[in-house]
Design a protein around this ligand. Structure first.
Ligand code: THU
Length: 160
């Protein structure tokens, strides 16, 4: 007899005022870096900003390529930069925002599968969950406590 396994996940939605000062700063940094995204093909400008345990904040945008698969998402570029330049500093939180060219409103966004797997790797590397803060078009912020909430049943053990 087959057995059904149910995976439950919980994410939280906050208002701007419910965010801490540093969380608001992360969203603001993600918004400003998104303005310089290199996204001539999709015209979808993404900004990501992360907080290291050390208190340092780093940010990146997406960088596309005429050969589409070569383009890199804001989150993956940012985590790669953090891992290379701050190899001893775990990542605490990461804010993600997006905007379409020519639009005032912030767009709905959510990390793609490759980025989720990359977030998972950074969590494993430092043995610390990364809280994601995702801006919604209505100005509210989705708080995801760690990648497991949006990447259930993930691949994280070569020998398991
Ligand atoms: N993109 C990101 O940078 N982050 C996301 O979370 C979603 C998608 C980028 C990839 C591509 O440059 C453009 O947005 C459209 O998919």
């Amino acid at each position: 007899m087959s057995k059904k396994l149910k995976i439950e996940t919980e994410i939280e939605e906050c208002t701007w005022d419910e965010l801490s000062e540093v969380e608001q700063t992360l969203i603001d940094r993600a918004k400003s870096i998104s303005k310089d995204a290199y996204a001539p093909y999709s015209k979808f400008h993404v900004g990501a900003a992360l907080l290291l345990n050390s208190g340092e904040i780093l940010q990146s945008s997406n960088q596309e390529n005429v050969s589409f698969p070569v383009g890199v998402c804001a989150e993956r570029l940012l985590l790669g930069f953090a891992g290379a330049n701050f190899p001893n500093s775990p990542v605490k939180k990461m804010a993600i925002v997006a905007q379409r060219s020519g639009e005032e409103e912030w767009a709905s966004v959510s990390p793609c599968g490759l980025c989720r797997q990359t977030i998972s790797e950074t969590e494993m590397r430092f043995n610390q969950s990364i809280e994601l803060l995702i801006l919604k078009p209505d100005g509210h912020v989705i708080k995801v406590p760690g990648v497991a909430s949006i990447l259930p049943f993930k691949f994280d053990d070569l020998n398991g």
